[in-house]
Design a protein around this ligand. Structure first.
Ligand code: PLP
Length: 370
């Protein structure tokens, strides 16, 4: 059977491919999820949902209690006014991204994506019939997406700009003034911003600003995977203007009907319960970031200090060889080329693994690099 041209345009993620190579004694610095356990009160809420037979379809947009809680969170933490009717609970931020692009993009529309950036952006744009235009994020800008870099890439065909702060894979965080100018650009030129804020709470020395605070032309995407170590629950959300949410709802309805009822109850517990697990996790990530940064720099490797997420994106001579040599020593890394054409001189290391394992991994890498 001949697959469609659309799916043939995209490839399986280079990151997933690396995981197939993980041996027993390997230290995996390729991971894209927190190594912490999901907080117990969240697990309990899921168990309770099961025990109480909350195991059926919910309304398509998601249970109203959860949408209420998300609306309150967005108002308090992000200064976004989002009516619960303008929120869809999705199967992870991944589905939210898909909905946003499906609802927004016409055949041939250009979407500016950060490069290096999250692997799904390019693929999701192509699946929506769009053309992804990489915006090169430079080491000298701290890998931040700046209005100058975006403006260089805007053409009459540009329809949307994807922002991701804090960023996977670089850990960069956008400045407030840049977020504001980006919102002005969207308003002035009639473009949409798709803001992927999945790492908003995993942030160290800077503050997170949501573009939807400054403009209506924004689709905000977020989720529970990273902040609450809930990747397996597959739960996220999207909010935007009522008309666009209604269009996204159609896609959501036909693709998934609704997010898992059990995961929705768990997500509600995450928002309403104690938030201290986030601080504990972020403090530990900060300690590991400092370790990995110090060790890599002591090997003479140039690295931008990550300000958020749990990745570091150093520049490496012959990165493909380095990744292969690291693998021989039992350290799994992701080649930067998996994160876009402008990632090719880099590798991505995730520090979502224990401090002790990172120390051991750095000892092994030191042997290769010196
Ligand atoms: C930048 C970014 N956005 C979205 C996602 C998807 O998250 P979810 O598990 O909520 O689908 C990821 C996961 O790695 C990510 O790194």
């Amino acid at each position: 059977m001949e697959p469609s041209r659309r799916v043939k345009l995209i490839n399986l993620s280079g990151i997933r491919k690396m995981f197939e190579l993980v041996g027993e004694d390997s230290i995996n610095l390729g991971l894209g999820e927190p190594d912490f356990d999901t907080p117990y009160h969240i697990i309990e809420a899921a168990k309770k949902a099961l025990d109480e037979g909350f195991t059926h379809y919910t309304v398509n947009k998601g249970i109203i209690e959860l949408r209420d809680a998300i609306s309150t969170k967005l108002g308090k933490e992000n200064r976004i006014t989002a009516n619960p009717e303008s929120i869809i609970v999705t199967v992870g931020a991944s589905e939210a991204l898909h909905l946003a692009l499906q609802a927004l993009i016409n055949e041939g529309d250009e979407v500016l994506i950060p490069d290096p950036g999250f692997v799904s952006y390019d693929a999701s744009v192509k699946l929506a019939g769009g053309v992804s235009i990489p915006v090169r994020l430079k080491e000298e800008d701290g890998f931040r997406m700046t209005p100058e870099r975006v403006l260089e890439k805007i053409t009459p065909r540009t329809r949307a700009i994807i922002l991701n702060s804090p960023s996977n894979p670089t850990g960069s965080v956008m400045k407030k003034k840049d977020v504001k100018v980006m919102a002005e650009i969207a308003d002035d030129l009639g473009l949409a911003i798709i803001s992927d804020e999945i790492y908003e709470k995993i942030i160290y020395d800077e503050k997170h600003y949501s573009p939807a605070r400054f403009s209506e032309n924004v689709i905000t995407i977020n989720g529970f995977s990273k902040s609450y170590a809930m990747t397996g629950f597959r739960i996220g959300y999207v909010t935007s203007t009522p008309n666009l949410i209604e269009e996204m709802l159609k896609v959501h309805q036909y693709v998934t009907a609704c997010a898992s009822s059990i995961s929705q109850k768990a997500a509600l517990a995450a928002l309403e319960g104690p938030q201290d697990s986030i601080n504990i996790m972020v403090n530990e990530f900060r300690r590991r970031r400092d370790l990995i940064l110090r060790r890599l720099r002591s090997m003479g490797i140039s690295c931008v200090k990550p300000q958020g997420a749990f990745y570091i994106f150093p520049k490496i001579k012959y990165p493909e060889n380095f990744v292969a040599d690291a693998l021989k020593k039992g350290v799994v890394l992701v080649p930067g080329s998996a994160c876009g054409i402008y990632g090719q001189d880099h590798v991505r290391l995730s520090y979502a693994t224990s401090y002790e394992k990172i120390e051991e991994a750095m000892d092994r890498l030191e042997n290769i690099y010196s």
